[in-house]
Design a protein around this ligand. Structure first.
Ligand code: GNR
Ligand code: NI
Length: 173
């Protein structure tokens, strides 16, 4: 296993619509396992493939409480089949936008179809934090960041801040 470098906004790779995964393979298993390791290391509750530079439709997540046993999940070619009418507002963060937290309103529950790492089909309802996280991750696969739900002013301020952060990081390498 190995840690992957997480891409920081702004970056053209975070704006792309990702390609469907064509099938499970040893390489895909390896990628999923590296993504999980990278997510736990960060730490974060989700991580989408484009955040590590792979423009394919998969993400990993684990939204269980810190004290309980880890529940690593891998969702491949996920699609939303149903969204609830009722909405939920959570303060979201993103590993590609470090240190920034903003309220985002999304459907409170969603159903998703996806394949797991064994290629098996699933349909599952996500509620609460899991629903927010799964939608945040699916957005990444379509080149959308939580920033895109904020006002233009906020988005530009945060983007400027991230550009500065990236310059500082590059200088310290
Ligand atoms: O670690 C993360 N926390 C989080 C908190 C609220 C809503 C969404 C998230 S996902 C984020 C990790 C990440 O950037 N995934 O793409
Ligand atoms: Ni994110």
């Amino acid at each position: 296993m190995s840690l992957k470098r997480i891409i920081i906004h702004p970056d053209p790779r975070l704006k792309k619509i990702c390609e469907p995964v064509s099938g499970v393979s040893p390489e895909l298993r390896r990628l999923a396992s590296d993504m999980l390791e990278t997510m736990y290391d960060a730490p974060g509750i989700g991580l989408a493939a484009p955040q590590v530079g792979v423009l394919e439709r998969l993400f990993v997540m684990d939204v269980c409480a810190k004290e309980s046993a880890p529940e690593p999940r891998v969702l491949i070619n996920p699609r939303i089949t149903w969204k609830s009418e009722d909405e939920n507002t959570y303060e979201e963060g993103c590993l590609s936008i470090p240190g920034i937290y903003e309220d985002v309103t999304r459907p409170a529950s969603v159903r998703m179809v996806f394949k797991d790492i064994d290629g098996k089909d699933h349909e599952e309802e996500f509620i609460g934090m899991a629903a927010t996280c799964a939608q945040h991750e699916l957005d990444h696969l379509d080149g959308t960041l939580f920033l895109d739900y904020l006002s233009g002013i906020k988005r530009r301020m945060i983007t400027a801040k991230m550009k500065k952060l990236k310059k500082e990081r590059a200088r310290n390498e």
